[in-house]
Write a protein that binds this ligand. Structure first.
Ligand SMILES: Cc1cc2nc3c(=O)[nH]c(=O)nc-3n(C[C@H](O)[C@H](O)[C@H](O)COP(=O)(O)OP(=O)(O)OC[C@H]3O[C@@H](n4cnc5c(N)ncnc54)[C@H](O)[C@@H]3O)c2cc1C
Length: 400
């Protein structure tokens, strides 16, 4: 149970009908002497039982929940590392985390789990953290669900951060959902925007909802920490500031925290044959306006001249013109290159979510009303079959 919230069975009203047992999604209710008994270690206060009970025999009191939140402070960023190297998603979160911490008037803290990574702690401070909590053990060198979940849960319980941010990476998604369940707090996945409601000190977590048709802003008013994940490349990296000062708090936790039920046998790196879309500085993307897979050649030629990667809209991918690994957008990759050239792409919200934070966007589309022009730095209203080859020829000459 969290934050002073209470749930109780009113024994006089309970008739032992077992309806609550059937509807509880967490298996938290059993019957004893024909009365419902709630296991508070399993109950999440979701309210399904109270709603289902025809006899109003289950009472949930959430009124006391806010009073216990005052002990939580600071904004934390889980700093993901691979092979001892802090991943760039962490720098992106530190940039946004700094903004949030300044608004709240609290410290920005990085949380690092690893082995022999003292230099990385200074790196995290140089990117904006006031403090780094560093849990060091050879058993934390490589990510594993059990030890990382145990350590993060313990650290959150001990230090009580107000906000905890994590990358929506493979590791982040696996880890943070487990931690949220352990701590019984809310978690908003894949946020595209984060801000603070200053009146209530609440984290405003914005993400696409209903298939990307609306942007929903979600809050966690009753539990702490307020936890959110953010996809890679949605936010700008915090730049390193030489000489920036902060403190490093090294934590040692009991050995049993590092126990893992799984064993890593081998790590196999994925080999990318082309420029990695998510890391590319220049991306030339094509959409349905290309009309056929063969026509994608003009997109590939322009990308080649610029030394960039090839992206695609979902329409182009669904039509089988490009493999899924090239898809940009809500259900594809989020990218943030220095230059994004969108050719024959209308710019529906699900595509824009994946590329709108690019530094410079050039849109080529024959429809002047296409929504892509709403985010474009430069717009060319013309036939892409005329413009793209011309651009390629001209750039070939100039970039020789
Ligand atoms: C849950 C969900 C998730 C989604 N996820 C994604 C995603 O990750 N990524 C994504 O891209 N989409 C996604 N979509 C689909 C999205 O809604 C759009 O359908 C898609 O982005 C449209 O692709 P498009 O712009 O290539 O095609 P269209 O919308 O058909 O646009 C084609 C454009 O090409 C222009 N054009 C045509 N011929 C020429 C020419 N000769 N010269 C210049 N311009 C020309 C047209 O004017 C038009 O604007 C998702 C949708 C849903 C519901």
């Amino acid at each position: 149970m969290t934050g002073g919230e209470k749930i109780a069975v009113i024994l006089d009203k309970c008739v032992g009908c077992t309806l609550c047992v059937k509807v509880c999604p967490f298996g938290a209710i059993t019957m004893k002497d024909k009365k419902a008994v709630i296991d508070l270690t399993k109950c999440t206060l979701c309210g399904a039982c109270a709603e289902a009970c025809k006899f109003k025999a289950i009472n949930i009191d959430k009124t006391g929940s806010k009073s216990d939140l005052s002990g939580y402070k600071d904004v934390w960023v889980f700093c993901e590392q691979k092979q001892g190297k802090v991943q760039t998603i962490s720098y992106e979160l530190l940039g946004k985390g700094r903004e949030l911490a300044d608004k709240l008037g609290v410290r920005l803290c990085g949380l690092l789990l690893g082995d022999k990574m003292d230099t990385a702690c200074q790196d995290i401070i140089s990117r904006g953290a006031d403090r780094v909590y560093y849990v060091e053990s050879p058993k934390l060198k490589i990510y594993q669900d059990d030890p990382y979940t145990n350590v993060l849960t313990e650290m959150v319980k001990k230090h009580k951060p107000e906000v905890l941010l994590c990358g929506a990476t493979t590791i982040g998604r696996s880890l943070i959902s487990r931690v949220a369940v352990n701590i019984r707090t809310g978690l908003t996945a894949d946020c595209t925007g984060l801000d603070i409601d200053m009146g209530e000190r609440l984290l405003l977590q914005t993400r696409p909802a209903f298939g990307g048709n609306i942007m929903a802003t979600i809050i966690s008013p009753n539990t702490r920490p307020q936890m959110a994940t953010v996809r890679h490349k949605v936010m700008k990296e915090a730049e390193p500031q030489a000489g920036r000062k902060g403190d490093v708090v090294k934590e040692t936790l009991p050995e049993d925290m590092y126990h893992s039920r799984s064993k890593i046998l081998d790590i196999v790196e994925e080999i990318e044959e082309t420029v990695n879309l998510a890391e590319a500085d220049i991306i030339v993307s094509g959409g349905r306006g290309l009309g056929s897979p063969e026509n994608f050649e003009i997109i590939k030629e322009l990308a080649l001249v610029l030394g960039g990667a090839v992206g695609a809209s979902r329409m182009a991918v669904d039509s089988g013109w490009m493999p899924y690994s090239h898809q940009v957008g809500q259900t594809g990759k989020t990218v943030c290159p220095k230059l994004y050239i969108a050719c024959g792409i209308s710019g529906q919200i699900q595509h824009l979510i994946g590329m709108k934070s690019s530094d410079v966007i050039i849109a080529i589309n024959k429809d002047p009303e296409a929504p892509i022009f709403g985010v474009a730095t430069y717009g060319i209203v013309d036939d892409l079959f005329k413009v793209v080859p011309m651009l390629t020829q001209e750039l070939k000459k100039r970039l020789k």
